[in-house]
Design a protein around this ligand. Structure first.
Ligand code: PLP
Length: 400
């Protein structure tokens, strides 16, 4: 089948709810993808941060192969070893919580919202979330997502949600009342434009929640599993949540989501209160175990720091050269470059030159290189970005 054949098939049989680039990807390895026409791409946004340790990491591939030959899925009526092992590995690397497994970020958020209501005293049902946040596309998750564009045409949203400005502790304090069950926040807003929550602010939220008997939920679907240079972004600030959501990079490309809660809070979910048919299946959990092993055995958290510094230094040079760069933000290998003009033309120019990046909120270029990225790949990506910025510039670049 040619690229055109596949696109025509999609046009006829697949719902057109995604804006897709006209390329058919047939193979990928690490930070490299190949399309059906034999073109190679350097992928600095693999799988929208799902392939956190790169495409088809050999340890993940091997773990999936091995597990598929033994047990792909057994329902949660029974115990299975990979689910227990992955739960222990995650718990020991985070705050000692207990795990519920599902299949996606939105489901993890739904689980967190349900648990928050159930684990707090009767009458507490309100959830405070942050303007510009993103938590997924199911009804609870889009209601939690305080961006009107995601609500349009789907109303009414769920009752009980209050939205406050990000990084504004006073606003959060004013929004919390005696009916509030939880405050939900991404430690770094990803889709919202790579906006980092201040450490003081996170500490303030923790204190606020403690004082008012409210649970603190960190959505680490995008920031978790090493992307920021620590296992979880909350660890930089030393602020421990009551509940944390994970997905994306957790399965190394296999769909899996997870919610971790402190044992005390987790106790509210007793048999029959919440479930997922596929959640915690042996195949996905085996992939998750392999991801954690790869991160540790290949010292990938250290690589995140080294490559982040390298990218950041080069980006500062690009910011000095290209007047369209307003700000560089992020942490570790979660990088946002805010422009003073639309970012999509830059993304398109990059793709034509064999580099895949992303743009969010119209003007923020987003890079989430795999944790396995090499110095050569970072340098190549920055060189292409430089060319792409030059190509779209309406104001000439400054001399370097
Ligand atoms: C912070 C955050 N939470 C939740 C989600 C939803 O995850 P999923 O698309 O797997 O449902 C996303 C997806 O981008 C996200 O970035």
């Amino acid at each position: 089948m040619t690229t055109q054949d596949v696109i025509e098939q999609f046009d006829r049989f697949v719902i057109a709810n995604y804006g897709r680039l006209p390329r058919v990807i047939v193979r990928a390895q690490g930070a490299t993808m190949w399309d059906a026409d034999g073109r190679e791409y350097l992928d600095m946004f693999p799988g929208w941060a799902v392939s956190g340790i790169g495409h088809c990491h050999p340890r993940v591939v091997e773990a999936i192969r091995r597990q598929a030959g033994e047990l792909i899925h057994v329902d949660n009526t029974f115990y299975s070893a990979p689910q227990g092992r992955l739960a222990q590995m995650l718990s020991e690397r985070a705050f000692g919580g207990k795990l519920f497994f599902c299949n996606s970020g939105a489901e993890a958020v739904e689980a967190a919202l349900k648990l928050a209501r159930r684990a707090t005293p009767d009458g507490r049902y309100k959830i405070v979330t942050m303007l510009g946040g993103f938590h997924g596309r199911t009804f609870g998750a889009i209601t939690a997502t305080a961006q009107p564009k995601y609500h349009q045409g789907f109303g009414p949203m769920l009752p009980g949600f209050k939205y406050v400005p990000f990084n504004d502790l006073d606003a959060a304090a004013a929004a919390v009342d005696d009916e509030t069950a939880a405050v939900l926040i991404e430690p770094i807003q990803g889709e919202g434009g790579v906006r980092v929550a201040g450490e003081e602010y996170l500490r303030g939220l923790r204190a606020l929640c403690d004082q008012r008997g409210v649970l603190l939920i960190f959505d680490e679907v995008q920031t978790g599993m090493g992307r920021t240079g620590d296992w979880f972004a909350y660890q930089h600030a030393g602020v421990v949540p009551d509940i944390m959501t994970l997905a994306k990079a957790l399965g190394g490309g296999v769909s899996i989501g997870a919610m971790m809660a402190t044992p005390q809070v987790a106790a509210a979910l007793v048999p029959g209160t919440h479930a997922s048919t596929f959640g915690g299946n042996a195949l996905a959990c085996a992939a998750g175990i392999a991801v954690i092993e790869a991160i540790e055995q290949e010292s990938l958290l250290d690589n995140v720091e080294v490559m982040s510094d390298r990218a950041r230094a080069r980006l500062e040079q690009l910011a000095a050269k290209h007047p369209m760069i307003e700000e560089i933000r992020g942490r570790g290998l979660m990088i946002g470059i805010e422009l003073n003009q639309p970012g999509q033309p830059v993304v398109d120019e990059c793709l034509d030159r064999g580099l895949r990046i992303n743009c969010t909120q119209q003007v923020v270029l987003r890079l989430a290189p795999p944790m396995t990225v090499t110095a050569d790949q970072i340098d190549r990506a920055m060189a292409v970005l430089d060319d792409a910025l030059t190509a779209v510039a309406t104001v000439p670049a400054r001399a370097e």
